[in-house]
Design a protein around this ligand. Sequence first.
Ligand SMILES: Cc1cc2nc3c(=O)[nH]c(=O)nc-3n(C[C@H](O)[C@H](O)[C@H](O)COP(=O)(O)OP(=O)(O)OC[C@H]3O[C@@H](n4cnc5c(N)ncnc54)[C@H](O)[C@@H]3O)c2cc1C
Length: 392
Amino acid sequence: MQWNEDQKALRAAVTALGQVIGDGHLERDAGASFSHDGWKRLCEAGLPALPFEPEYGGLGQSLSTTMYVLEGLGHSCRDAGLNFSASTHLVSAGVPVQRFGSAELKRRFLPGIVDGSTIGAHAITEADGGSDVMGMRTTAVPDGDDAFVLNGSKAFVSNGPIADLIVVYARTGRPGNPAGLTAFLVERDTPGLTVGRPIAKMGLRSSPLCELFLDDVRVPRSQVIGSAGAGFLVLDHVMKWEILCSFVINVGEMQHRLEQCVSYARTRRQFGRHIGSYQSVSNLIVGMRVDVETSRKWLYDTAEKIVGRENAAVDVAISKLVVSEANVRSALTAIQIYGGHGYMAEVGLEKELRNAVAGTLYSGTTQIQQQRIAALMGLGRPAPARTEQGLE
Ligand SMILES: Cc1cc2nc3c(=O)[nH]c(=O)nc-3n(C[C@H](O)[C@H](O)[C@H](O)COP(=O)(O)OP(=O)(O)OC[C@H]3O[C@@H](n4cnc5c(N)ncnc54)[C@H](O)[C@@H]3O)c2cc1C
């Protein structure tokens, strides 16, 4: 990709900030704490505004420019939890409202999402199932002509503990019916909505996550995103953005890790030579390079297809699979290259491995992506896109 001076300037500003707001990442990981200060500074730098319409305070940037800047964040900011929260905010609430929201929804909610004063999240997964999205149990029942009443519970809501606005996906039709899901924009202080306590997790600890309980939550019909029954379409659009925006941050992280390993292999000496002069070590680094280049190419090529309105269903699934698995490999390889030092928490690589594992689970697990690719090749069960989205 060729980037112009404006795009480079946008990325440079976020990259410079990333180097500062990443400070203290090891402590925040250990204490599972979110950096409100880092978030505020990202908002001041315009990160959550990138792809949104200028009419609502956005910067009006393209999908690929947004990705380019997010890649810079991943490269410079070692607080991967903060980075993940930022991409979750951007894609979970802002993207569906901009694409499908009514004029009223945009006017009411986009300015706060865009300037980051309103933190967004989305709630799809339930305790009984994440991969089988169409089997969700949370229901939304019409209450008169102007509202729905939501009942159920959601599991693993990233940003949930800090969110002001949550896009809740609920069933308004028969289970398994693709036209039976609806997306609702629910404000945190809506009566009947209870936000659970943060759940401790393996990685991405500085990005808080929780359960959500909905007990007769009355949501005005005007807060349906798109229309009743269009939740599946909304989610499909959001997932494309999530895979591109969240995983391009991983590309930045992989690039940083690669540079770190090249530098280490050039300076660390064993048996009187740099360890990088041993072919078995340099081959590991070459593998990291191939992984990061392949990942980057898949993501940006897929973004181009989506913007060009080409069918990118298989590309999205391949991209997600390629990058998430490459990120785990890269983190594991980096630990090997650093030897015993790589295993120590203070170096930060063991944290990167814990973080990377999450990417093989959210946005559709590795197995679900494989199943989608197989189905798109005419293998396996028919129409997996209708029954097993493997979406968040
Ligand atoms: C860090 C993190 C952040 C998350 N953030 C959010 C969020 O913000 N909002 C949200 O709604 N959810 C979120 N999730 C949840 C995530 O989307 C789900 O965990 C994921 O979709 C998998 O669902 P599950 O955990 O119920 O696993 P299951 O669906 O129960 O899967 C269990 C295992 O079975 C496999 N499997 C299931 N079905 C099939 C099949 N048909 N073919 C082959 N293998 C199959 C899976 O690959 C997996 O290995 C998050 C998860 C994590 C780890």
